[in-house]
Design a protein around this ligand. Sequence first.
Ligand code: SF4
Length: 587
Amino acid sequence: MFGFYGRILTVDLGSRTYSIDAPEQGLLESLLGGKGLGTALLASRNPAGADPLGPDNRLIFATGPFCGGPIWGGSRYGVFTKSPLTGFYAESYSGGKVPEAIDQTGFDAIVIEGASERPVALSIHPEGCAFHEADHMWGLETYDAERAARSALGVGKPGFGAPGAVVIGPAGERLVRYAIIANDFWRCAGRAGVGAVMGSKRLKAVVFQGDRKRELADPKGARAYAAAFAKAGKENKGVKAYKAYGTTMMVALMNTAGAFPAKYWSQGTCDHWPRISGETFHKEHEVTPHACLKCFMACGRMAKLVKGRHQGLVLEGPEYETIYAFGGLCMIEEMDEIVWLNDLCDRLGMDTISAGNLCALAIEACRRGKLNLGLDYGDFEGVGRLIHEIAERRGVGELMAEGIVPTAEEWGLSDLAIHVKGMEPPGYDPRVLKGMGLAYGTSPRGACHLRTTFYKPELAGFIPPDAIEGKAEMLTDYEDRLTIFDTLVLCRFYRDMYTWEELEKAVGLVTGLDASKGELRRKAARVLNLTREFNLREGLTIKDDRLPGRLHREALPDGRTLTEAEMERLLGDYYRLRGWRPDGTLP
Ligand code: SF4
């Protein structure tokens, strides 16, 4: 079959064995790769009710049919598992260079099951995999772990590409429920605790290397298509903006819109935002665009701090979400300190969105006399100390490592805590961008900006942010198209360029399958239903799709709010359009 390898590697860490199988007949044709294949494998191989941190929970890596080929934006991989943060479906994606190394091993998906008794590392190649003792790597921060893994475990066989590694840091080892899987030093599968699942298997690192390449249905046509696409893309306004400022440009946009969550979700803007904006950051430090492989957009920022107490610090970042989490929610007014906290989270292997939300909740707990840490808004040193304590599960960090729901319960602040399904939202306030409320509610992994990126049509004026009528219709169209993106494991930031018409062309050239819009939407619906079925099996009910009551009760200072009735209407419309029952179950 074109565009796919037709091979799945299954690795059992308990018995230290592996096997190579073909996917079930018709599976790839029906669901494509990436999220489609990953979800099908997770649903069929995980027993219902599996403990997310137990040996039965599968950790699945998958690339898509665009990876390694000429199509732009396809150098990405996805991770699929059951989340230790939410107890529901988890998906998380990352780019960089490692996706092409994963792809060159010649598997559409790699399923890791069981758990090792001792720390272990894997090297995966086209013939299978090798198991390596990793006691000496246990405890290493992510950057050191990646260096060690790549240099020690690469195969160096003639014809093989460069090795790529994914690793966990101390947070993943200690099962912090929002630990990340890191690659290429600063890229990561960051959300829903996929790093804790890897840690529960005592799997410190996986190195990928090989020489395989996907066979395309029309290689010449795909190359010509990609060349024309790049030519048009380089003139695209959105591409130019991402290249100039990356996601840091969102700080100004969101504050202007009044939808920048600040002071733990009590404000929609903050006075100090010009100091933490992308424009200021680019002026004050050495910042250059940095790209994943096969990308002309280069939204990444390679940054070197050239002054201040962190002078010399180098990292790729920070992204908008990290700036919002520390600069907005925790009210840290110095960009250099946000960069320092970003680096700390990266090294320790922890999601900055979850960490920022939890630290801001801890500040509120201190202000309300529930916690005696002397922490207040803007205290970057205190936030840095908390991040260390979480990664080491020390002091209050032991509780905070468990995630927002148990932490808020213990502090008596459940009414204050902002999350959906136990996952904290990124930086788009749904009281202003009401479609984001629906997106947070219905995303299978919890409050997530990536399933639909619905902030884009709302901010761009394609639909008024406060509209309710017609919102679910537009959102389902975005969700379908971006679900296809995830089956191809295609970067979100190409969303304005890969319209349905462009997807039809690209998917057809690569896979030779029927890639009409109608068929792609049917595939998206199958994947979405499969994901929903998984979550329902794991105990999801309609209440898990609702937003925290505080977002309905408490208006922003400018008076804007999203009422419970509006949210119910949005959910009702969404379920109807999806063909689900009014209670969100499948017929
Ligand atoms: S736009 Fe950014 S995240 Fe997407 S492929 Fe390019 S560099 Fe990677």
